[in-house]
Design a protein around this ligand. Structure first.
Ligand code: PRT
Ligand code: MG
Length: 214
C-alpha cells in the first residue's frame, strides 16, 4: 500500500496565529489564503500535500489526538488542561508566552463562603495545582471574563493567563502565585509520527531551526 503522503496541520485563529505563521514559513509552508481573514476552515498551502485547518484554540489537541490533524500548534495551558499523554509534544516554539497565575484582590480577604472559591476555565489544572499542595478549594468553572468573579464575590480567587498584567490590574487584581510558564508547542498525533515520519520529522527539524535562528 502506498503510504499516505498528505499532512494536515491544525492552527487556531487568535493570538497564536500571528506567531505561528512565521514558524510555518520557516518550515517552507505558506497558506494560499490569509488564515486570519478568510472564512474558510481548510486552507491549501504552497505544498500540494500539506493543508491547514483552522479550529478553536482549545480544540487543537482534540483534532490531533484523534488523527483528524497530523500535527498542530497549541498553548501549553490548553495542553495541560486537555491531558498530557495523548499526543506527542516534540517542540516548544517559545511563542505566545504568558504565565498562568492565581490572582486575587490586593487585600487578602477572609473567605466568605467557608472554603476558598477559585473561578477558572482551567478546572483540571487548577484542581491538580491545589491538590498537589494539599489545599482544599472549591473550583467554579467559567468560560471567560474570569476577572469579574472576585469583584462580584462569586469567587475569592481566579486562575487565568497573564501577559502584561494590565487586565488583572484594570480589575483590581494582583498575581499571587505562578502556576505555570506558558508558551506554544508543536503537537503530533502518535500514529502519524510513526506512519508519516518521513514527512513530519523534516518539518520538526525545520521548525526547531527556525526557533534557534529567532
Ligand atoms: O478566543 P477563543 O475562545 O477562540 O480561544 P482562546 O481565548 O483560547 O484564544 P486566544 O487567541 O485568546 O488565546 C490562545 C492562546 O494564546 C492561549 O491558549 C495561550 O496559550 C496564549 N496566550 C498568550 C494568551 C495570552 N498570552 C494572554 N495574555 N491567552 C490569553 N491571554 C489573555 C489573558 O488571560 C488576559 O485576559 O489576554 C488578556 C490580556 O493579558 P494581559 O495580562 O496582557 O492584560
Ligand atoms: Mg480569547
Amino acid at each position: 500500500m502506498k503510504p499516505d503522503a498528505s499532512l494536515t496541520i491544525a492552527l487556531a485563529k487568535g493570538r497564536i496565529l500571528d506567531e505561528a505563521l512565521p514558524v510555518l514559513a520557516g518550515a517552507g509552508i505558506f497558506p494560499t489564503q490569509d488564515p486570519g481573514t478568510t472564512r474558510k476552515l481548510i486552507l491549501a498551502t504552497n505544498l500540494p500535500h500539506v493543508r491547514i485547518i483552522i479550529v478553536r484554540a482549545t480544540d487543537v489537541p482534540t483534532y490531533v489526538a484523534y488523527g483528524a490533524a497530523d500535527l498542530g500548534i497549541a498553548g501549553k495551558d490548553v495542553l495541560m488542561e486537555y491531558n498530557n499523554n495523548v499526543v506527542y509534544e516534540p517542540l516548544d516554539l517559545g511563542i505566545a508566552r504568558c504565565r498562568m497565575v492565581l490572582a486575587g484582590p490586593k487585600r487578602t480577604l477572609q473567605p466568605v463562603h467557608g472554603r476558598l472559591r477559585v473561578a477558572t476555565k482551567y478546572v483540571n489544572t487548577t484542581r491538580d495545582y491545589f491538590a498537589g499542595q494539599g489545599r482544599q478549594v472549591e473550583i467554579i468553572r467559567l468560560y471567560g471574563s474570569m476577572e469579574l468573579a472576585p469583584v462580584l464575590g462569586l469567587a475569592d480567587y481566579i486562575v487565568d493567563l497573564m501577559d502584561t498584567g494590565n487586565t488583572l490590574k484594570a480589575n483590581g487584581l494582583v498575581p499571587l502565585e505562578t502556576i505555570a510558564e506558558i508558551s506554544s508547542r508543536v503537537i503530533v498525533n502518535k500514529a502519524a509520527m510513526k506512519m508519516k515520519h518521513d514527512q513530519i520529522q523534516p518539518l520538526l527539524d525545520k521548525m526547531a531551526l527556525w526557533k534557534k535562528g529567532k
